[in-house]
Design a protein around this ligand. Structure first.
Ligand SMILES: Cc1cc2nc3c(=O)[nH]c(=O)nc-3n(C[C@H](O)[C@H](O)[C@H](O)COP(=O)(O)OP(=O)(O)OC[C@H]3O[C@@H](n4cnc5c(N)ncnc54)[C@H](O)[C@@H]3O)c2cc1C
Length: 510
């Protein structure tokens, strides 16, 4: 107990959805003391998000949580359109494989229920020694200069928890946001509502996503891999109020479309209302917002969970650095980098939804064409996201702010693998190309920084020439890669001092 009569931790994460769990894993592997609380009694069982994108897969890989997701996910689920006369038209998946120039080990978005992604993260958190405290609801919050005191309602009564920072990952209706008197700015589409649910059915092949076209609007059933569940989605017809979502109602929606499908059970039934809103600033002193607590958008393009996972990944290393002694202003860069991403996602997913809505009552050709345009590989895959403006006029290769692409086929003393094998982990990485200046390693000594030399006499060999092809480095060039895999700086060999100057925010080794 401390002077405020509360137990202490460095970071309290409110909410154990995919975003809170991602952050908890990242902080746990950094050795940051952290608590994660969740008001529900058990892990989430609703499918909600059903695609995970390439950049999020890279994040999970770095955190050590990707294996379960890759094993349970399905790439390229094709579409089967049905009309009321029984005509069937097959189309390829609406997900888009990332173009090869992104150089990712995970080019394919995977179809997978959100509960399965959360499962992978929970398991990883457990391996890292952490766990979620269930039935603990944040109901009060007071912050001062040194920390935040949160009141938690638990079955054993209320208790207070003092943390140096609180991260609100408590979803679209964020209690923390309300407690601080903040509002998401934007619009709610009161008339655009969707029935949604997780159901089991008889009589349908699980190797396709099925879409029934009708004047009433489409109805989609998507198989959730490694389960017997299907996610059902259908628009509430324009000008009508949604009925209470029940299995009987959803059966009627199918029958109206002559689907010939029987719903046998339902584990989640809900009505979804389109919200297009965000916070302009994700930081309020010692409280930071991530995921749906910071931005909510239309499901078009499948971006909510993915944007949130990538928020957490941007925040984790910054919190770790500040708690380790780096200047707290580093935390301002979190909102500065991530809010513009959400703004772009909001604009793009709204535009896509509007285009698709016009086609909801159309046939397979027109609706299929609209659905096929939901994915675009720079934004939806997350691989084209860059932080900061392009200061570099480099003609070839990635620049500061870009995600550092992978390079395969590296080998050296005791090592054989990819660039991502070198960057994996919570540290910064410095790649020195054809540069054996010993001072680099000496200077790096005071930072959590791994130095790797490529194409020096006793360094790693760029065996297949992939690093040279992708990065187009000059002789002696240095590439500094942040813990979240974005390039912090690229400098020629004689400007190593500038590069170490670009590390003001990296915490000294504790
Ligand atoms: C129909 C539908 C389809 C979607 N499809 C996709 C898709 O294909 N791809 C995609 O990326 N996204 C999709 N999304 C969006 C995605 O589900 C969300 O963006 C994602 O769940 C956000 O994660 P989160 O962790 O921020 O919040 P949540 O998942 O909402 O988690 C917040 C957690 O905080 C807990 N909590 C709330 N208040 C408190 C409190 N006071 N104290 C303690 N705990 C609290 C909640 O119980 C919850 O567990 C879809 C959403 C819907 C509804």
């Amino acid at each position: 107990m401390n002077e405020h009569g509360a137990l202490r931790t460095d970071v309290l994460i409110v909410g154990a959805g995919p975003v809170g769990l991602t952050l908890a894993c990242d902080l746990a592997r950094r050795g940051v003391s952290c608590e994660i609380v969740e008001r529900e009694a058990t892990a989430g069982r609703a499918s909600k998000a059903k695609t995970i994108q390439p950049r999020s897969l890279e994040v999970l890989d770095d955190l050590g949580a990707v294996e379960h997701v890759v094993r349970h996910g399905v790439a390229g689920l094709p579409l089967r359109f049905h009309d009321s006369s029984g005509r069937v038209v097959d189309r390829p998946s609406i997900t888009l494989r990332a173009r090869s120039s992104f150089q990712t080990p995970y080019p394919d978005p995977l179809w997978i229920g959100q509960f399965d992604v959360e499962h992978a993260l929970r398991e990883r958190l457990r391996q890292l020694g952490g766990s979620v405290e269930h039935r603990a609801e944040a109901v009060g919050l007071v912050q001062d200069r040194d920390g935040v005191t949160t009141t938690l309602r638990t079955p054993d009564g209320a208790r207070r928890l003092r943390a140096r920072y609180v991260v609100a990952a408590d979803g679209g209706k964020s209690t923390v946001r309300r407690l601080l008197g903040l509002r998401l700015e934007g619009e709610t589409r009161e008339t655009e509502r969707w029935y949604i649910g997780d159901v089991t059915v008889d009589g349908l092949a699980r190797d396709h996503m099925h879409v029934w076209t009708s004047d009433e609007g489409m109805l989609a059933l998507t198989p959730l891999p490694h389960s017997d569940l299907w996610q059902l989605q259908a628009p509430v017809p324009a000008g009508t109020q949604p009925g209470t979502p029940t299995r009987e109602l959803y059966q009627r929606l199918l029958d109206e479309r002559n689907a010939g499908v029987t719903l046998t059970s339902a584990t989640w039934l809900s009505v979804y209302r389109v919200n297009i809103r965000m916070l302009n600033d994700y930081r309020r002193a010692r409280v930071l917002f991530a995921g749906d607590a910071a931005h909510v958008h239309t499901p078009a393009g499948g971006q909510g969970m993915n944007t949130g996972i990538q928020d957490a990944y941007n925040l984790g290393w910054k919190l770790g650095a500040v708690l380790g002694g780096a200047h707290p202003d580093l935390l301002d860069t979190y909102s500065a980098e991530r809010a513009p991403v959400a703004r772009t996602v909001l604009a793009s997913s709204t535009h896509k939804l509007d285009r698709t809505t016009l086609r909801l009552g159309d046939d397979a050709d027109k609706l299929g064409a609209a659905l096929a345009e939901l994915a675009d590989d720079a934004l939806t895959t997350g691989l084209g996201i860059r932080y900061g403006s392009r200061l570099d006029d480099r003609a070839e290769g990635p620049v500061a702010g870009d995600r550092a692409p992978n390079a395969t086929g590296l080998r050296g003393p005791g090592f054989s693998g990819d660039l991502f094998d070198l960057t994996r982990g919570p540290q910064w990485t410095l790649i020195a190309f054809d540069n054996d200046d010993p001072a680099l390693t000496d200077r790096a000594g005071s930072f959590p920084l791994h130095v790797h030399r490529i194409d020096t006499a006793d360094g790693i060999l760029d065996g297949a020439g992939a690093y040279r092809r992708i990065y187009a480095p000059s002789r002696g060039e240095l590439v500094l890669i942040r813990p979240d895999g974005h390039i912090a700086a690229r400098v020629p060999h004689d400007r190593a001092a500038d590069l170490f100057g670009a590390l003001p925010f990296a915490a000294p080794v504790r």
